[in-house]
Design a protein around this ligand. Structure first.
Ligand code: NAP
Length: 473
């Protein structure tokens, strides 16, 4: 009996598309899903006529795979992963390898890598980004675990991944849970950019009184620029042009409830940043934007009680020119999201000894994934030309962008404030940049207060050592 090259557990939207991708790339596959009827349905529809067979149970699944086995789990993150590991472990043999391609918490992955490697099985925690279409046509993949485990799946994942000019969008990320950590930060950056684009839409609608098509035109213009050309800007234009199927006169976006959830990775990015002392205010603002959005009833009540400032007019520039002031703001906030994400990766890499190679991470995000953009080439170049770069914004090309666009960002944030329009990501970015470029911040006074009430001591700028003053005598 010929055994399959590759096994997949979990026929959700991602699993289905990934197995079709593997098969298209020459890897015969066997699939298992907890609910067998889903396997049958898949094999009689999308999987029909392909080198994909189904398994009724895990023993059958294992027996249909060539050794050493390469098994991708594409299931709900959390306890489901531990449960599948427990059920499949009795059938595994030395050298077999499990890959968790879901959005698992990186510390869970650390634990599972250690647990499986102890038993001489391989375990890879692999972030996968690209949604259903990316999974089918070529996603960005972020695998972490031992180097030997990665080498056992390299031929498979390099064929399945998106391809860009300098290779496939997959690389060995690092040990332990590093692959899932990188995916988490990818999603944090994604949260940031989505919120930034939503704020730009809101400003065009509320301050400039533009309709959906006019706003879409601006996103179309932005998508043709080096600074903003990206998948998220592209789909923003698409979303804004979509008409309501029940009312062809109105854009569908205007009929969608203004509540966004947050599934875990955005929160984990912010929690990790706080734990590691990394500053990610633009990303945090996007997470909080979603939290505020979910408080719909309270916001509706407060709208009738709390008054904002009186409206003033503000000219953001012409539609044909792509509203240059607003573009300044969106470009800098987008760059800040990437800068904060990359800085978090740099700090985590030191703390967790992941030895992350930031140019390679920028490279594997250039295709397939949700945050793919032309800017990532600049990010890759910046970290290649200066491996010690502590923050993207002080790379010469990015610094020029900040210096040229900071006035535009400042004017947009000021106008939003004067009109009472919330722009959490844009305003956080402005504060982030202004704090970062200020050599002397007012935390000297904070230190004085802390020493005054709690004898916490302070350092001086002109003498070495730790000082305490009896302030209240
Ligand atoms: P999903 O809806 O997250 O999960 C569905 C799959 O998980 C089904 O096959 C389901 O089996 C299985 N499952 C759930 N609980 C299980 C358990 N206790 N034991 C065994 N199997 C169990 O599917 P998805 O959207 O394809 O996502 C899969 C993973 O990829 C998730 O971690 C997700 O966060 C991540 N991800 C998703 C996307 C996306 O765009 N959707 C993108 C990147 C990453 P049954 O059919 O039996 O219920």
């Amino acid at each position: 009996m010929t055994r399959a090259h590759f096994g997949l557990i979990g026929l959700g939207v991602m699993g289905e598309n990934l197995v079709l991708n593997a098969e298209r790339n020459g890897f015969s596959s066997v699939v298992f899903n907890r609910t067998y009827s889903k396997t049958q349905e898949f094999l009689s529809t999308l999987g029909s006529g392909k080198k994909i067979e189904g398994a009724t149970d895990l023993e059958d699944f294992i027996n249909k795979l060539e050794r050493p086995r390469r098994i991708l789990m594409m299931i709900k993150a959390g306890p489901a992963i531990d449960s599948v590991i427990e059920q499949i472990s009795p059938y595994l043999e030395q050298g077999d390898l499990l890959i968790d391609g879901g959005n698992s918490e990186f510390r869970d992955t650390e634990r599972r890598v250690a647990q499986l490697e102890r038993k001489s099985f391989g375990y890879i925690g692999m972030g996968v980004s690209g949604g259903a279409k990316g999974a089918l046509e070529g996603p960005s993949m972020m695998p972490g675990g031992t180097k030997a485990s990665y080498e056992a799946i390299e031929s498979l994942v390099s064929k399945m991944a998106a391809q860009v000019e300098d290779g496939p969008c997959v690389t060995y990320v690092g040990p332990g849970g590093s692959g899932h950590f990188v995916k988490t930060v990818h999603n944090g950056i994604e949260y940031g950019i989505e919120q930034i684009l939503a704020e730009a839409y809101d400003l065009m609608k509320r301050l400039a009184g533009m309709n959906g098509n006019e706003i879409a035109d601006v996103f179309g213009i932005w998508n043709a620029t080096e600074e903003l050309s990206s998948y998220l800007v592209e789909i923003t234009e698409v979303c804004l042009r979509q008409k309501d199927p029940f009312d062809q006169e109105t854009g569908l976006v205007e009929k969608i409830m203004d509540k966004a959830g947050q599934k875990g990775t955005g929160l984990w990015t912010v929690v990790s940043a706080l734990e590691l002392g990394a500053s990610v205010p633009t990303i945090y603002a996007s997470l909080n934007g979603r939290v505020m959005s979910s408080m719909k009833d309270q916001r509706m009540l407060a709208e009738s009680i709390l008054k904002g400032p009186k409206s003033i007019s503000f000219d953001m520039g012409s539609i044909e020119q792509g509203m240059p002031l607003l573009m300044d703001a969106v470009v800098l906030a987008t760059m800040a999201s990437y800068a904060q994400g990359m800085e978090l990766l740099r700090i985590a890499s030191d703390e967790y000894q992941y030895n992350l190679h930031l140019p390679s991470i920028a490279q594997i995000w250039k295709g397939g994934c949700i945050i793919r953009s032309r800017l990532l080439k600049r990010i890759q170049d910046a970290f290649n030309s200066n491996p010690q770069l502590v923050n993207l914004l002080i790379d010469p090309w990015f610094a020029d962008q900040v210096n040229c666009r900071i006035l535009g960002l400042s004017k947009v944030v000021a106008a939003a404030a004067e009109n009472g329009v919330p722009v959490p990501c844009l305003s956080s970015t402005l504060d982030y940049i202004n704090s970062y470029r200020t050599g002397r911040l007012p935390q000297n006074l904070v230190q004085a207060m802390r020493d005054c009430f709690g004898s916490h001591t302070y350092e001086r700028i002109d003498k070495h050592g730790s000082f305490h003053t009896e302030w209240l005598d």
